[in-house]
Design a protein around this ligand. Structure first.
Ligand SMILES: [Zn+2]
Length: 91
């Protein structure tokens, strides 16, 4: 699931930041290449770390690599390139 977390950033102080959380262990997914998005026939999307987390849940019929899923999602929302309204900072 995608949720907002309040993060204390080194350069910009406290900021609301969107993160993808694993639908099994509920931890942040911090390496999209090591995670997947799955979905069912109704279009419900779930996100999992690859491995133990993805194997622990009932399988959905469809899946893709999380990095590809997020790229397609952004593209389908009209994002043509990475857009940040602020300088990129370490969180
Ligand atoms: Zn997980």
């Amino acid at each position: 699931m995608i949720e907002i977390a309040l993060m204390d950033t080194e350069k910009a102080g406290w900021k609301f930041c969107p993160f993808v959380f694993c639908d099994h262990c509920h931890l942040k997914i911090e390496d999209a290449k090591m995670a997947i998005a799955t979905w069912n026939d109704e279009g419900r999307v779930r996100h999992f770390h690859k491995g133990d987390c993805s194997r622990a849940e009932p399988r959905d019929p469809y899946w893709s690599q999380l990095n590809e899923h997020l790229s397609h999602t952004a593209s389908n929302a009209g994002v043509k390139e990475l857009e940040f309204g602020f300088d990129i900072y370490d969180v």
